[in-house]
Write a protein that binds this ligand. Structure first.
Ligand SMILES: Nc1ncnc2c1ncn2[C@@H]1O[C@H](COP(=O)(O)OP(=O)(O)OP(=O)(O)O)[C@@H](O)[C@H]1O
Length: 226
């Protein structure tokens, strides 16, 4: 699915230079469920942002679906991203002015899908994540667990091949956190590639492989026995 080769990301501010990622080599196969762990500031979010094409590496190569996207323009990256990648964030990132249904449908507006089919897809995915009974609610009228379910629906409604989740359970109590993890597990079993940053060892256990970062380096990788 993707391959990072000697990839680095240096943040340059007035006085300091921070190497958030330092010559990282990572390969992720299609259909994998990978957890990224490590202490605060080790580069997890930076890594996820680059993998999600929201940020560019300072150095190194990024191959996505056998394409070297390292030198691609913003528009080219946006195109690949919209077709292939869904995002789930810790703070849900729903649009407050739009209903549940509209938040999910928004992800399809980039796909040139006729309105009737959009409605059908949105209805199907709302059913799947168990939020159909709240279709007309606004995000502020939902619990955190429900909001994250909407975010999961939005991430997959376009048949995205890969989901990037940045601490998806970070703002949820343990019961709702587990619900979200089970949803991700189910999507993975259906073939979606998942890359998830987490601080929770219990939630990392849902992944088949855990990549541990420290100071911008990959320090260890553990593969869970099947
Ligand atoms: N926009 C920025 N400008 C300057 N430095 C940055 C910027 N973003 C991140 N950094 C620095 O890069 C390093 C890696 O940050 P990153 O957010 O990737 O870490 P993280 O592992 O996700 O941390 P956390 O678990 O606390 O979210 C940190 O030292 C951070 O201070």
């Amino acid at each position: 699915m993707l391959k990072l080769h000697n990839l680095s990301r240096v943040y340059q501010t007035d006085e300091v230079e921070t190497a958030a990622l330092n010559s990282v080599n990572i390969e992720i196969e299609q259909g994998e469920f990978v957890a990224i762990m490590g202490p605060s500031g080790c580069g997890k979010s930076t890594l996820l942002n680059i993998v999600g094409m929201l940020d560019n590496p300072s150095d190194g190569q990024y191959m996505f679906m056998d394409e070297d996207i390292s030198g691609y323009s913003e528009a080219q990256l946006a195109n690949i991203r919209k077709q292939n990648i869904g995002f789930i964030f810790q703070n849900f990132n729903l649009i407050e002015e739009l209903s549940v249904q509209e938040n999910i449908e928004l992800a399809l507006l980039y796909h040139n899908i006729p309105a009737a089919e959009r409605k059908e897809r949105v209805a199907k995915v709302m059913d799947k994540v168990g939020i159909a009974h709240r279709a007309k609610h606004m995000p502020s009228q939902l619990s955190g667990g429900q909001q994250q379910r909407v975010a999961v629906a939005r991430a997959v409604v376009g048949d995205q091949a890969m989901i990037l989740a940045d601490e998806p359970t970070g703002n949820l109590d343990s019961a709702h956190g587990q619900e979200v993890m089970e949803m991700l597990q189910q999507l993975n079993q259906e073939g979606t590639t998942i890359v998830m940053v987490t601080h929770s060892p219990a939630h990392a256990d849902y992944a088949r492989r855990t990549i541990n970062l420290f100071d911008g380096h990959v320090v260890t990788e553990n593969v869970r026995a099947a």
